[in-house]
Design a protein around this ligand. Structure first.
Ligand code: CP
Ligand code: NVA
Length: 322
């Protein structure tokens, strides 16, 4: 079994389907590139020598998106290239033609593909058939670009990741899966409090546990939100109902009622605790407006870092060597 700790390989030409596809060293490499691009962009809103001139990205979106779509498209333009937005309605992957045939066409047109789809296996099929990089822009199983931006935000905010206590409160979902893999690989102490019946995938828990053990971190999963957040550096929450689960929204609202990140839970964590959310937020459900708009909140820094970190990723996957 791959542990995720194999020696770093060149990133050029690779896929990013799972947050576990990047070793901890490779994650740090993406962060280094992202940090340099961010510093240059914040200084002048442009890059003096754009590294992806005339490179192109096809973006297949079967679900709504604000942050992911805009940051990938704006990012490609800022790097000198461009992105083409496509929906399942106008392409019809798996309906008008097979996912593999879509891949074989697109690889002749563009340099990389970004896909947002419910079924993780569709992204896997696309990547298996395409000889250009395929990036997972969210499936029901993982959201690796989000996790990279989140852990980059933690590093920026706290100046370290080693031993940082990251307490996720809510669903053991796609966002938790990817966050656990990236944060555990950087030596963080990852915790999750979820209601019974909403546990993460055991395979992800196993993988993150192996990574954590090798990297000086840890992973703890339980049901008691107050106990899980005690002493945490950051409390992370996400929607109780993910895209594609809308039919379960009423029962989830009941199941997750005790898992709201509000002032009471933050007080149980301590004055040091910051708060994260991948957005979009459902104010009054998983997070209160008081917390989201308050001084603990990192949510808009996370969102902005989607741009910088994905640009770092694109340069590593598509950029010319050297
Ligand atoms: N966090 C995130 O992926 O946002 P979007 O769904 O708006 O892309
Ligand atoms: N877990 C959420 C994340 C949205 C960015 C979902 O999958 O809908």
């Amino acid at each position: 079994m791959e542990t995720g700790l194999e020696p770093a390989r060149p990133l050029r030409g690779r896929d990013l389907l799972s947050a576990g596809d990047l070793s901890p060293d490779e994650v740090r490499r993406v962060f280094g590139t992202a940090a340099a691009l961010k510093a240059e962009f914040l200084a002048s809103r442009r890059h003096a020598r754009p590294p992806l001139v005339r490179r192109t990205l096809a973006m297949l979106f079967e679900r709504p998106s604000l942050r992911t779509r805009v940051t990938f498209e704006a990012g490609m333009i800022q790097l000198g290239g461009g992105a083409i937005q496509l929906t399942s309605g106008n392409v019809g992957w798996g309906v008008r033609e097979s996912v593999a045939d879509v891949a074989r066409n697109l690889q002749g047109f563009v340099d990389a593909i970004v896909i947002r789809t419910g079924v993780h296996q569709i992204a896997v099929e696309l990547a298996a058939a395409a000889d250009i990089p395929v990036i997972n822009a969210l499936t029901l199983h993982e959201h690796p670009c989000q996790a990279l931006a989140d852990v980059f935000t933690l590093r920026e905010t706290f100046g370290r990741l080693d031993g940082l206590v990251v307490a996720f409160v809510g669903d053991g979902n796609n966002v938790f899966h990817s966050l656990a893999l990236v944060a555990a690989g950087q030596g963080a102490q990852v915790r999750l409090a979820h209601p019974p019946g909403y546990a993460p995938d055991p395979a992800i828990v196993d993988r993150a546990t192996v990574l954590a053990a090798a990297c000086g971190g840890s992973l703890v999963v339980g049901h008691d939100a107050r106990a899980i957040v005690a002493g945490a550096d950051v409390i992370y929450t996400d929607a109780w109902t993910s895209m594609g689960q809308e039919a379960e929204a009423d029962e989830r609202r009941v199941a997750f009622a005790a898992y709201q990140v509000g002032e009471a839970l933050c007080a149980a964590a301590g004055p040091q605790a910051r708060v994260m959310h991948c957005l979009p937020a459902h104010r009054g459900e998983e997070i209160t407006s008081e917390v989201m708009d308050g001084p603990r909140s990192l949510v808009f820094q996370q969102s902005e870092n989607r741009l910088h970190v994905q640009k770092g990723l694109l340069v590593e996957l598509l950029g010319d060597p050297g």
